[in-house]
Design a binder for this molecule. Structure first.
Ligand SMILES: C[S@@+](CC[C@H](N)C(=O)[O-])C[C@H]1O[C@@H](n2cnc3c(N)ncnc32)[C@H](O)[C@@H]1O
Length: 288
């Protein structure tokens, strides 16, 4: 499959296999999954910004014995997929903050200081995925005292913008996807924290070349990417700092944290088969 553009992997499964199929789509980097009920079955549509990821997801689904289809989308189909997602979007609460798309109102009674207006566009990070919510929960307890924060794989900018809202002095947000960098900058502006969020497509290694290590590093990436970036993630974490790694599958997270040694695991949080892990250079014995 040619790599440019936008791709859709559709898999139709009996209801009881929907979670497995959705996990395979998320596990291969889909930007979002739409569910269309179809009698006793459900069609899952996964959108991909990367043809290689879409192809890998398609193969994995077929390898699991499921009937899947891979399509390259034209502009009209992209617009209709995005619109379909927009029509189903709802406000999401995580870490005590409400993530609300710009075209919806926050739920009644919610304090405006507890609302982030967030348009993910084509980037990952509406807050509807457990991996994002797990990090927000862990971040909520740390951001106000965090000082300088690095968000690796910022997607929509949800974590970077939340960290700034919660009081981080400065947030460096990076993503290899230019659409994510643009979404992060727009969402920072929308929430009045653009003076403290610097979004760019700089590779992690180049950020490290001219920035001091960070007080808090958040990395909601998939396990293979965490492993690939492990040496730089370790170097990015200040001696007194913490790294929050997410996007790890519950039965396999230890493979990723092993690659992050000498960082040690301080805390593990789990939601719906996904795990986020807090790591530090030296975890006090009492917290092990
Ligand atoms: C699962 S999304 C996380 C988005 C957002 N931070 C959240 O928590 O919802 C992972 C993001 O990492 C980006 N990414 C993948 N590999 C990367 C790399 N080597 N360096 C920086 N970003 C990367 C992807 O483009 C994607 O936007």
């Amino acid at each position: 499959v040619h790599d440019d553009g936008w791709f859709r992997v559709t898999v139709t499964v009996p209801l009881e296999q929907a979670e497995l199929a959705a996990d395979l789509l998320w596990g291969h980097g889909t930007a979002g999954v739409e569910e269309r009920p179809d009698g006793a079955a459900v069609a899952l549509l996964g959108g991909f910004a990367d043809g290689a990821d879409a192809t890998a997801a398609h193969r994995a689904l077929q390898g699991a014995g499921l009937v899947a289809e891979l399509q390259r989308l034209d502009e009209a189909a992209i617009a209709s997929d995005l619109d379909a997602w927009r029509a189903h979007a709802t406000p999401v609460e995580a870490g005590g903050i409400w993530l609300v798309p710009p075209w919806l109102a926050p739920p009644d009674g919610v304090d405006p200081t507890d609302v982030l207006v967030l348009d993910p566009g084509r980037a990952f990070g509406s807050g509807s995925h457990p991996t994002t919510r797990l990090v927000l929960d862990l971040l909520a307890a740390r951001a106000s005292t965090a000082g300088r924060v690095l968000d690796v794989g910022c997607g929509s900018g949800v974590l970077a913008v939340a960290a700034a809202r919660w009081g981080a002095a400065e947030v460096v947000a990076i993503d290899i996807d230019p659409a994510a960098v643009a979404a992060t900058a727009e969402n920072a502006e929308r929430n009045g924290v653009h003076d403290r969020v610097r979004a760019s497509a700089r590779p992690l290694a180049s950020v490290l070349a001219d920035e001091a290590p960070f007080d808090l590093v958040v990395a909601n990436l998939l396990a293979p990417i965490v492993r690939e970036l492990a040496p730089d993630l370790i170097a990015a974490t200040a001696p007194h700092g913490q790294l929050i790694a997410s996007g790890l599958l519950a039965d396999r997270w230890a493979e990723a944290t092993a690659a992050l040694a000498p960082l040690e695991v301080a805390e593990v949080a789990e939601d719906d088969g996904w795990v986020a892990v807090v790591l530090a250079h030296e975890v006090a014995a009492a917290h092990r």
